[in-house]
Design a protein around this ligand. Structure first.
Ligand code: ATP
Length: 237
């Protein structure tokens, strides 16, 4: 579904991604792990059209999307839930959801309301909170809202940048189980996480990044069994 070949991305003089290639299969949940500054956010941002690569190719569903603008990428069926959640705190939950894919609904209010209902089914904790100000929600609910907003464009590929950050373990578990449910509906997922243990529980396959490249890749069972990865990223617990 997504194929990246020899990607290179700079932030000014800093090379954040170097000669990176990967493939994400339709319907899988790929976890991208690695330390701070490894290039994980840059990878997602580049697929989403926020950063222009200096080298390489990004192919989505057989079509090149390299260098496309963010709004074009969204229209192709790719949605990014960024690390900072970026919900509009002063607006209501409902308004935040509506803004998730404004272009899709200009002429079709029933479809909009139907999509919102579907998303609320996935996040029952948001039900009944539709008119609350987004900023008044707990961190966990804000993260659910951010994911819900990302789903409003009906993506085939959903990319999440550290959705567990700052959340209590119970809430992290809830979010991870929602991702598993979403996967079952056919959405392909790329999950960037520093919370390695939680990510490995739900991932089908795993990439480990270091200094802009991939150091390990494989299915989650093999990655969990790899002692060098255990030591470097998982602790010995
Ligand atoms: P984190 O978990 O801290 O977000 P990451 O693995 O997502 O880490 P990136 O944020 O992609 O890593 O950063 C990769 C490299 O690019 C780092 O060296 C970082 O300092 C640098 N970098 C990231 N964004 C910018 C930017 N906007 N301008 C300059 N350098 C940047």
């Amino acid at each position: 579904m997504l194929r990246i070949k020899n990607l290179g991305v700079y932030h000014g003089y800093v090379q954040a991604i170097r000669e990176l290639s990967l493939e994400v299969k339709e319907g899988e949940l790929l976890a991208v792990l690695g330390a701070n500054g490894a290039g994980k956010s840059t990878l997602l941002g580049t697929v989403a059209g926020l950063y222009k690569p200096t080298a390489g190719e990004i192919i989505f569903k057989g079509k090149p999307i390299t260098g496309q603008k963010p709004e074009q990428v969204v229209r192709q069926g790719i949605s990014l839930v960024p690390e900072k959640r970026e919900i509009f705190s002063a607006l209501s939950v409902l308004d935040n959801l509506m803004l998730g894919a404004f272009h899709r609904y200009r002429k079709n209010k029933p479809v909009l309301m139907n999509d919102i209902q579907e998303i609320l089914e996935l996040f029952p904790a948001l039900k009944g909170r539709e008119s609350d100000q987004a900023g008044s929600l707990s961190g966990g609910l804000q993260q659910m809202l951010a994911i819900g907003r990302g789903l409003m464009s009906r993506p085939a590929l959903l990319m999440l940048d550290e959705p567990s950050i700052g959340l209590a373990p119970l809430v992290v578990r809830e979010i991870m189980s929602i991702l598993v449910k979403l996967k079952k509906t056919g959405v392909t997922i790329i999950l960037v996480e520093q919370n390695t243990k939680s990510a490995l529980k739900v991932a089908d396959s795993v990439l480990v990044m270091e200094r802009g490249g991939i150091t390990h890749s494989g299915n989650s069972v093999d990655i969990i069994a790899d002692s060098s990865i255990q030591e470097a990223y998982l602790g010995r617990a």
